[in-house]
Design a protein. Structure first.
Length: 1217
């Protein structure tokens, strides 16, 4: 893509003497003016002070009464604020839209004094429910005009004559009294003027229009065929129906948004979005009107092409719309996979470059409370949409805030749980703003509602009372029975590490509880920091003075032509080698519009500002100094062409070669234990590479769910595979796959069979397949998860470890695992190690590795609700040395485990995957998560009670909600009776003394980590930030880029959660390059080429096309298997070990390259069964960064050989002599 820029660089040391009284541009470059800011307070303070209405004269109250609300509940959504300098006197003025009374325009007289000039200005807007307002120069005459929206209309533009007097022009809506909300403006079609987008909600909801019997399901819906429903006329104009799973859903439709093109003179033409201007993800026109519940929209340049894109916040089930500007004023919906989930009731959005990478991120508000009590009383209103197996390109909605991190390729990772931004009460307007001027933008949120209509107890009372209601008026008055929901406004401080923390009393905007809606910023006292104005329901408008004493630089832009406020321009200010960035917007707040002044944190040194104007030209100004206001005017320049560099990904997606989809049938995991945290029926599949036909290249095996087939892809060379099945119509889920060989040298595979979906009491088994026969040789009581094999007893053949994943209907009781000794081709349970493996825990992953460097394979186990467990091998006897290695306190929900020499010291280190830091679960060492298990209600069912510590209670509280807990244990409903009683109860309050005698498990870490081997202990180091953003499953180790250092791949995501939990979908699979010192760098998907959006499980490395580059296969539960060919890495040395007859691939051997300078590369082990339920190719591709002299081998029996390096393929034979 070619973008057009022109750079104007000015070094401004010669203008620093300009003072405040120098109001002209005569002594400076014609585009730059500098003014000294008003005196800044020297009092050490931060945050805001609310200014008294008696002092300011801003006495407006946005009143709304019981009568109006009972007629139209949408009036409870409040009104906003418009801020701007209407008379160009240098002071920002305030416009207050109101619902019941006339709107008010306040002229800023300075010194926090304001004057009501509404009538003279002609902007009172009587007899309408005014809710939204924005100041903008729509006609390009360099003064601010006013846009006012109203619930029920009309929407108007008030044109400013330049002296603060306005004339009204009503906007064409093509709707009968639209239920408009917020406005946003930008130059969408590159003609230099501001175009307009207005979101519409609905003037009147059906619940306020017709009595409940009239709009009941029975009266509005009809089943026309089996499970296919239609909405009956005339209600089909207001509702649509859908069936999700076994749930019939009915959605009320709202109103179409309004999109206007400006003719350059402030005249707006209404554009039909269903024609050529708005298109779907594929570029096809939208065929039907989008009747969404629109609350606000904001224009932003998301993809750095200078064109304004638009994000639209929609309430309820109507999805948020994210439109990408094609550069000509037409828009395409962002690809489906760009956002994996969104907020359910999106109220407002704002944007900021949070991690300073030059790509803008964004935050969306919803209604989730920070309080445990309110969370539990409001949970009963949640009705999550069922998600089908293998559904990837859907976009579920969840009732919490969302924070989207820009990956750099027009896709986003949602990280609200990690960043602690997921909950901020019933939220409305929000703004990113650097409150404390530390260079990081904080978040401010307006909160509250007239009634808590999510209160589950009140909803139940309404439902019970409804049959007794005698009139429509009586039904409407039931609203008054809900509790009020006045709340404190929220401030979240940005710590600079992608994490936010609550600020006490919201930095002054949350000192008292109220109902706040619109929020806008401006420098009302000209001291160079941003003050706040908040429109509150039935309360005075809040004016908040910013108390910051930190140094700052304020910048105001002036565009040329009709875009006088330079809307769409971007500013970057460099301080201490870190850029702070802003984009100038117009409107784009909830019902509000801020003044476009931008404020940046400063210091004592000179600073640099770069302005990218809307047309792509760039101005750079050097030597800015603190505590100044800089006004920068755009000068017309011709653009030049700059070509963006092209990224060549490491991997190429070759999944079409397999055309394979993992089979998974639905199963009700919650039949026997309704409080399971996750499903265990969808934990696979594993994958394995092995040269099964001995033709010199790797073939692929993929496990399957019940009813499917174990699939075998025979490698025919190059990029060609022929599919076969090993066994079809499986009776159980197949979990892990590893290779095997019988006493006659016949190669095959060994798989684990799960009994989780079988009848209670059924056994699980392990199956051994060769080309000649199948043998089921082991039966176990628990579900088999991981399989690993090595020569434990040093007799030349391979023994098997089978990890016990879970006991069906007995979660989370510790499962037993087993070791099976190979005796002449028969697998015999190893009684010597039965005690150490009995009830060892819930094993998710396993691998054999020589962790103590003594020449024999030790066993490493990843446990859910336990530590990474190390079983040291001494002559075939396993000893648990986890505590000795300082790992016993690192309890997690571990999933996969692999090993490698990450710091190249010859000792084997560990990588272990965990649940991640971006879920609703948050653990600490001092307050671990706990799970209790007992038959609490004496009905022969093992009940599960998840618990966490709550700071308000200073005690453990239940994780699950009242409905789920009481359905599983009816005594809880009998004793607690209401959601509120339950919500106010600690775990002990609910379960009493039984809790004290109940077994429990703990976990205190969720980070995926590398564990560096110190010789006699391990030190944990977290994997990079990107690795923590979703649940990680598989871990694989290889030198992916061929630089001689070990790298890591992790598979990510977990969709099969219980209904109160979001699916974990923020990962795409992740490559991390190692530096040889134990450090790792995450490689973005558009650079690595690894992009997998589904529910990833097992994975495995192989050089399947024999080019000396490491390729990768990644499985997905219920979805496509992904195959990636390495096309852009440096080729490495292919090392093929030929072991003894009963271990032909030399599993358990170690490989290390020796360089001519006498240094050594990392140690690589040849393993069977590692990561998550999978097996890498036994052929090792060894990268190198120096001249290789030889290849050092330690064979599985401990013997050592050295092979001289000759070419990039080495075949080394085992010699028993």
């Amino acid at each position: 893509m070619i973008k057009r820029f022109n750079y104007i660089i000015i070094f401004c040391l010669f203008i620093l003497s300009c003072g405040k009284n120098d109001s002209s541009y005569s002594n400076t470059p014609q585009f730059l003016k500098k003014e000294q800011l008003n005196p800044i307070s020297t009092k050490d303070s931060s945050g805001f002070t609310e200014m008294s209405p008696l002092l300011t004269g801003v006495t407006a109250i946005n009143n709304i009464g019981e009568k109006e609300v009972l007629e139209n509940q949408h009036l409870m959504h409040g009104s906003g604020i418009a801020l701007g300098d209407i008379n160009n006197d240098g002071w920002v003025d305030i416009y207050v839209p109101r619902l019941k009374e006339k709107n008010i325009l306040y002229l800023n007289m300075g010194n926090w004094k304001f004057k009501d000039v509404t009538e003279e200005a002609g902007v009172s807007c009587p007899n309408r429910y005014s809710n939204g307002s924005v100041f903008a120069d729509v006609d390009g005459d360099r003064d601010l005009d006013l846009i006012v929206t109203a619930l029920g209309g009309p929407n108007s533009i008030f044109v400013n004559d330049g002296n603060g007097n306005f004339s009204e022009s009503k906007l064409d809506s093509k709707l009968n009294n639209p239920g408009s909300t917020s406005s946003a403006l930008a130059d969408v079609d590159n003609d230099g003027d501001l175009d307009l987008y207005i979101t519409n909600y609905k003037r009147l909801a059906m619940r306020d229009s017709l009595p409940p019997p009239v709009i009941s399901f029975d009266n509005t819906l009809m089943e026309i065929t089996n499970n296919r429903w239609i909405v009956l006329p005339p209600f089909n104009k207001e509702y649509e129906a859908a069936v999700k799973g076994d749930i019939l859903l009915r959605f009320e439709m709202a109103e179409v948004d309004q999109y206007y093109i400006n003719d350059g003179n402030g005249n707006f033409e209404l554009i039909d979005i269903t024609k050529s201007h708005f298109k779907d993800e594929n570029g096809d026109p939208i065929e039907s009107h989008l009747r969404d519940w629109g609350l606000m929209a904001q224009f932003r340049d998301i993809n750095n092409d200078t064109h304004p894109d638009i994000y639209i916040c929609n309430d309820f089930e109507s999805p948020d719309r994210f439109w990408i500007n094609n550069g000509d004023g037409t828009f395409n919906l962002i690809p489906k996979l760009a956002l994996r989930h969104t907020s359910n009731s999106s109220m407002a959005v704002d944007f900021s470059d949070l991690n300073k990478d030059g790509k803008v991120d964004f935050f969306v508000t919803d209604m989730m409370s920070q309080s445990h009590v309110l969370q539990k009383t409001q949970m009963g209103t949640m009705a999550p949409t069922p998600l089908g197996i293998g559904e990837i390109d859907n976009r579920p909605q969840y009732m919490h805030n969302t924070l989207f991190l820009n990956r750099g390729d027009q896709t986003f990772s949602e990280i609200s749980q990690y960043s602690n931004t997921h909950a901020s009460e019933w939220s409305w307007g929000t703004i990113f703003m650097d409150v404390d001027l530390d260079g990081h933008e904080d978040i401010l949120i307006a909160t509250g509602h007239m009634f808590d209509v999510q209160d589950s107890d009140s909803n139940q009372k309404q439902k019970d009372a409804l049959p007794k209601v005698k009139s429509f008026d009586e039904y409407k008055r039931m609203l008054l029975n809900y509790p009020t929901l006045e709340l404190k406004n929220i401030a979240l401080k940005n710590n600079g590490d992608m994490k936010f923390e609550n600020v006490d009393n919201g930095w002054g905007i949350g000192n008292t509880k109220d109902i706040s809606h619109g929020i806008a910023t401006a420098d009302l006292d000209n001291d160079g920091d941003l003050d706040l104005v908040i429109n509150r329901l039935n309360n005075h408008v809040g004016l908040y003075k910013n108390n910051s004493t930190a140094p700052r630089i304020a910048i105001r832009l002036e565009g040329f032509n009709n875009n006088s406020q330079a809307i769409g321009a971007k500013i970057k200010v460099k301080r201490d080698n870190i850029y702070q960035s802003r984009e100038i917007i117009s409107g784009g707040r909830y019902l509000s519009g801020s003044d476009p002044l931008q404020v940046f944190a400063a210091n004592d040194s000179f600073m640099l500002a770069e302005i990218q104007w809307r047309d792509g030209t760039i101005t750079v100004i050097d030597s800015l100094v603190k505590n100044q206001l800089y006004t920068i005017r755009q000068i017309k320049r011709n653009s030049i062409d700059i070509v963006k560099s092209k990224v060549n990904p490491i991997f190429k997606d070759m999944s079409q070669l397999l055309n394979h989809t993992h089979h998974e049938d639905p199963y009700d995991d919650f039949l026997y234990q309704s409080l399971l945290p996750n499903r265990f029926s969808q934990m696979g599949p594993g994958v394995a590479w092995v040269d099964s036909d001995f033709d010199g290249d790797d073939d692929l095996f993929i496990a399957s769910g019940k009813g499917g087939s174990i699939d075998h892809f025979e490698n025919k060379g190059g990029d060609s595979f022929i599919p076969f099945y090993v066994e079809k119509n499986l009776q159980e889920d197949v979990t892990s796959i590893i290779s095997t060989v019988d006493n006659n040298g016949n190669q095959g595979i060994i798989v684990g069979n799960s009994n989780f979906e079988s009848q209670l009491g059924a056994k699980s088994s392990i199956s051994n397949f060769t080309r000649k026969e199948k043998n089921n040789f082991i039966s176990l009581d628990h579900m088999i998860g991981s399989l690993s094999q090595a020569d434990i007893d040093n007799d030349g053949d391979l023994d098997i470890f089978a990890g016990g994943r879970v006991i069906p209907a007995k979660y989370p009781m510790p499962a037993s695992s087993m070791l099976y000794i190979n005796e002449n081709g028969k697998y015999i349970p190893d009684k010597k190690n039965s005690i150490v493996l009995s009830k060892i825990g819930l094993v998710s992953g396993s691998v054999f590795s020589d962790i103590d460097n003594d020449g024999d394979p030790d066993l490493l186990i990843a446990l859910e609700w336990g530590p990474i467990t190390i079983l040291e091998n001494n002559n075939g006897i396993l000893t648990n040395i986890t505590s000795k290695l300082n790992l016993d306190q690192l309890n997690g929900w571990w999933n996969g485990i692999a090993t490698g020499d990450f710091n190249e010291d010859g000792l084997i280190d560990i990588v272990a995957t965990n649940w991640g830091l971006n879920t609703k679960y948050h653990f600490t060492t001092s307050h671990p998560r706990q799970v209790y298990f007992n038959d609490f209600d004496k009905n022969d069912v093992l009940d599960i009670v998840e618990a966490h510590y709550d700071g308000d209670f200073e005690d453990l509280v239940p994780e699950r909600g009242f409905s789920c807990i009481s359905n599983a244990m009816p005594f809880v409903r009998e004793e607690k009776q209401t959601f509120l009683n339950y919500a106010q109860s600690t775990l002990t309050d609910i379960f009493g003394n039984t809790l004290k005698t109940s077994p429990y498990l703990e976990a205190n870490t969720l980070e995926s980590v590398v564990l560096i081997n110190n010789g006699n202990s391990f030190t944990p180091y977290p994997l990079p930030f990107e690795a923590q953003m979703s649940t990680a499953m598989h871990a694989g180790v290889s030198d992916i880029n061929g630089d001689g250092h070990e790298d890591i791949f992790i598979s990510q995501n977990f969709f099969t959660v219980q209904k109160e939990t979001d699916r974990n979908d923020s990962g795409r699979g992740l490559i991390m390059f190692g530096d040889g010192n134990g450090n790792f760098e995450a490689i973005p998907g558009h650079k690595s080429g690894i992009i997998v959006y589904g529910d990833q499980r097992g994975a495995a490395f192989s050089d399947y096309n024999l080019d000396g580059k490491v390729d990768l296969v990644v499985s997905q539960n219920g979805s496509k298997t992904k195959l990636f060919k390495n096309v852009n890495s440096k080729p490495g040395l292919r090392v093929i070990l030929k072991g003894p007859k009963l271990n032909p691939w030399a599993f358990g051997a170690k490989i290390q390259l020796a360089y001519k300078d006498d240094s050594l590369g990392p140690v690589r082990e040849v393993q069977s069964g590692s990561g998550y339920w999978s097996q890498n190719s036994p052929v090792q591709v060894m990268g190198y960064n120096k001249t290789v002299s030889s290849v050092k081998i330690q064979w599985p029996d401990g013997s050592k050989t050295t092979e001289p390096f000759i070419e990039n393929k080495v075949i080394i034979n085992y010699n028993s002599d």
